[in-house]
Ligand binder design. Structure first.
Ligand code: V07
Length: 255
């Protein structure tokens, strides 16, 4: 019945929550730690990679929800610099997901004016993974709607150390005075430049940690956690997180 209603442009699960959103106070940048895919699969007696596949399908759904709201940047944490320590079979599978995602979803993303970006180290990714990502970026280069930013081979401490080194290098070459080093100069060395800092961070699957994700950029972000595993996270919860963000923003504004 749900599917039937959808075909005829009817209501969907998140509509009630959607109606509670103030469209004049939408966060610019929402970041998501898409956690719990392996546990989602294990709970069903499936291999962990089945959870990653199911998680990939959810990426499109949440991207479209973000697009509906007019969010400017949606960052999705897909693979961390620490994830290389996982079993080789799992890493190999994950590295093929961009390749699988791209042909399936690219036409609809282009039609919806989405721009694909990546935050992370290109070095270290297999050639086929990088090619799929670069093709997706290229195909959506001329769009000016939602930025769908994949954090891939990303780790925040490594990012900051690289930034510190690049600044030290410029000081050593007398291109920069110590007094020139400030927050804005440092932020320009980060892989997220020139994206705005996230206004809201969502983490699924009940873990209440930041796990080396955008440590600098999250300094003032609202944090929102849910026990749901990423494959079970729907538009409804996404909209609820936005409503909670708006409720907090109003409270602080009133002080
Ligand atoms: C990955 C699916 C989502 C849940 C979290 C981990 C597994 C989409 C991509 C992707 C990345 C770049 C790109 C197009 C698609 C992806 C990895 C893992 C490594 F241009 N989902 N997804 N990449 N998962």
């Amino acid at each position: 019945m749900k599917q039937f209603k959808r075909w005829f442009g009817g209501r969907s699960e998140g509509d009630e929550a959607l109606a509670g959103i103030d469209m004049d106070n939408i966060p610019d940048h929402v970041a998501v730690i898409m956690d719990g895919n392996g546990r989602w699969a294990q709970k069903r007696g499936l291999p962990r990679v089945a959870g990653h596949h199911s998680g990939m399908k959810n990426v499109k759904k949440i991207t479209m929800a973000a697009n509906t709201l007019g969010i400017r940047v949606l960052t999705l944490y897909a693979f961390s610099t620490e994830n290389w320590k996982r079993p080789k079979e799992e890493v190999d599978y994950l590295m093929k997901l961009p390749m699988e995602f791209f042909p399936k979803e690219i036409d609809e993303l282009v039609a919806n004016n989405v721009q694909i970006r990546m935050t992370g180290w290109r070095e270290g990714l297999p050639d086929y993974t990088l090619k799929a990502v670069e093709d997706a970026i290229e195909r959506t280069r001329h769009n000016d709607g939602l930025i769908l930013n994949f954090a891939l081979n990303y780790g925040s401490r490594k990012e900051m150390i690289a930034g510190i080194r690049s600044i030290a290098e410029r000081v050593k070459r007398n291109e920069l005075e110590l007094e020139d080093i400030d927050e804005s100069l440092f932020a320009k060395t980060l892989l997220t430049d020139p994206l705005p800092d996230p206004d809201l961070l969502i983490r699924t699957s009940g873990e209440l940690r930041i796990s080396n994700f955008m440590l600098w950029q999250l300094a003032y972000s609202e944090l929102w956690f849910t026990d749901l595993y990423w494959p079970d996270f729907t538009e409804k919860e996404f909209y609820e997180a936005i409503i909670e963000y708006q409720r907090r923003a109003r409270r602080y504004g009133g002080l």
